[in-house]
Design a protein around this ligand. Structure first.
Ligand SMILES: CC(C)(COP(=O)(O)OP(=O)(O)OC[C@H]1O[C@@H](n2cnc3c(N)ncnc32)[C@H](O)[C@@H]1OP(=O)(O)O)[C@@H](O)C(=O)NCCC(=O)NCCS
Length: 359
């Protein structure tokens, strides 16, 4: 069996569609992997030319309040039913991780249907987000915005510049945004004033994010106006319906308004991640310290950090929890700070991935 990154990304599609979509088309859901504005790829495991297992990957630069980093996304992991249990998905995953590591990614990230499978392969819940539950009855308490309608291609450039104002986001080119906004199975509403796009919201995303507003940007009242429009429409179809809204863990004016209206929210986990480059992450931690820290890696894949007097050994998991703790908890950072008598400024990182970036 040959496991490799494939130039012809379409070779992976029949298996992915068969395993993940009951035969329905999948390429249009992930234009950055399969489309013209491509920046990702696929790995396949083939036997005599037949694709038995596969996955997609995508490099992203993420921007957040206190820095930027390159991470890799992995998705659509699938193995033909008759070939399961032979370690093929494990090999495909490892090949994608190696590819991402070589291109400078510090972590790989995925959104798993089978978390146990990934937990056994080094993934752990990492990062945080804030999730809101919006009953359709909230509509009447949101501002009315005159001009709200479904987005058309002419709105995409304006939507991209609003997206680019978020501090927590994946860097996207205008071309990438224009490829992502028409994703099938998604409804996009824009609020406009004087023929300028003031805000947009993206609702649902095929099989991936049903019932969720997973991306939004723009002026606060205009975003809330889009939400009102959506909640009214959903409420007409089913008064008991609830819409979910994903947001970065950091409070933004829109979420502050939702809080003020009494909307329910909870801190959640961003996804499952795995550290790909121990040395690069150790360097980030050492750089964050206000006292001089040196470090070395061990043969067992851990890292020893020292301030010259005391040292502490940290596993890849512990280091992951310092940069990207699940739901923002700070225990691991505090433990290292105490041990080394240091302050780690700017940790944890607080990145967020808007829904259109996931693969
Ligand atoms: C999950 C999946 C990709 C695993 O593929 P695989 O090539 O069998 O993976 P591996 O052989 O490397 O590992 C298989 C593991 O799953 C277990 N397993 C689950 N279902 C199995 C099956 N039908 N046959 C054999 N093993 C199975 C194995 O025991 C093994 O367990 P381990 O974690 O203790 O090692 C595959 O079952 C699949 O395509 N599932 C449907 C799609 C899916 O859920 N994808 C994940 C999207 S996030």
């Amino acid at each position: 069996v040959k496991v490799a990154v494939r130039e012809d990304v379409a070779s992976a599609l029949p298996l992915m569609e068969n395993v993940l979509r009951d035969g329905r088309a999948l390429a249009a859901d992930y234009p950055l992997v399969f489309g013209g504005a491509r920046s990702g790829g696929v790995v396949t495991a083939t036997d005599a030319g037949e694709v038995l297992s596969t996955c997609a990957f995508l490099e992203r630069t993420i921007l957040f309040q206190n820095g930027t980093a390159k991470i890799g996304l992995i998705g659509s992991v699938s193995t033909a039913e008759a070939a399961r249990g032979r370690g093929l998905a494990s090999s495909v995953l490892e090949c994608a991780e190696n590819e991402l590591r070589e291109s400078g990614c510090l972590f790989s990230f995925l959104w798993a249907d089978s978390p146990e499978f990934y937990a056994k392969r080094g993934y752990l819940p990492l990062g945080s987000e804030r999730d809101y539950e919006l009953p359709t009855s909230l509509a009447g308490r949101l501002p009315v915005y005159e001009d709200v309608r479904e987005a058309t291609a002419g709105d995409f450039a304006g939507m991209h510049s609003l997206y680019s104002k978020h501090r927590q986001r994946a860097d996207r080119t205008p071309l990438e945004s224009a490829a992502l906004f028409p994703t099938p199975g998604m409804r996009v509403f824009v609020a406009r004033a004087a023929s300028k796009v003031e805000a947009y919201i993206c609702f649902g995303r095929g099989d991936d994010l049903p019932g969720v507003v997973h991306e939004w940007a723009g002026e606060t009242q205009a975003v809330l106006g889009c939400l009102r429009h959506l909640l009214e429409a959903e409420g007409r179809a089913n008064a008991a319906a609830t819409v979910f809204l994903m947001s970065p863990s950091e409070a933004l004016p829109v979420t502050e308004q939702l809080d003020a209206l009494g909307a329910c929210s909870a801190t959640g986990v961003l996804g499952m991640g795995k550290l790909l480059n121990l040395a690069a992450v150790a360097a980030e931690i050492a750089m964050a310290s206000d006292v001089g820290i040196t470090w070395r890696t061990t043969d067992s894949g851990a890292c020893v950090m020292t301030n010259g007097a005391c040292e502490i050994e940290l596993s890849a998991r512990e280091m992951s929890r310092m940069l990207l703790p699940a739901a923002g908890e700070r225990e691991q950072i505090a433990r290292v700070e105490e041990h080394l008598g240091a302050r780690l400024n700017g940790l944890p990182w607080a990145p967020f991935l808007w829904g259109l970036d996931s693969i």
